[in-house]
Design a protein around this ligand. Structure first.
Ligand code: 5GP
Ligand code: ZN
Length: 144
């Protein structure tokens, strides 16, 4: 099935995938597109999307997911070698509570340039005694 058949009318990334909204492309093949984020968290912040619409990573078929992350790896390598990134964060937000604002699967590639680059993705660890880790591990394991 072509990506055009899963087009969502009000989806900005579907419009970008179809060329209806412009973007600064850094990679394109039949299934995947990568372009610069217009509200970058750092210089070279890139988004990798599947051309076909999936609401989030949870719905993406395995082979397409693998291809997306292969492209993400290539872009991360280019950010290091060409833009001089000292580190890179790769992330995908799933649902609004996690910060997803565009509901078309995308992976953020965010280059990091130094300890004072103004980006903070760290979290404060919770106290370990709040959780029964073996039970949690088993809950997850048993439903995969
Ligand atoms: P999310 O918050 O859903 O994980 O990330 C969506 C990203 O898409 C944001 O970083 C936002 O800046 C970017 N974005 C939203 N609209 C556009 C657009 O029209 N063009 C481009 N290039 N990026 C966009
Ligand atoms: Zn879409």
């Amino acid at each position: 099935m072509s990506f055009e058949e899963h087009y969502q009318e009000n989806c900005i990334f579907c419009k970008i995938a179809r060329g209806e909204v412009p973007c600064l492309k850094v990679y394109e093949d039949q299934e995947i597109l990568a372009f610069l984020d217009t509200s970058p968290a750092s210089k070279g912040h890139t988004l990798v999307i599947t051309k076909e619409h999936f609401d989030s990573m949870l719905n993406v078929p395995e082979d397409l997911l693998a291809k997306t992350f292969r492209v993400a790896q290539k872009i991360a390598q280019a950010l290091e070698t060409k833009l001089g990134a000292k580190g890179i964060n790769i992330l995908t937000n799933i649902h609004e509570i996690a910060g997803q604002s565009v509901h078309h699967f995308h992976v953020h590639i965010i280059p990091r340039y130094g300890p004072n680059d103004g980006l903070k993705l760290e979290c404060t660890p919770l106290k370990l005694e709040k959780f029964n880790l073996p039970v949690i591990a088993n809950d997850i394991k048993s439903s995969i």
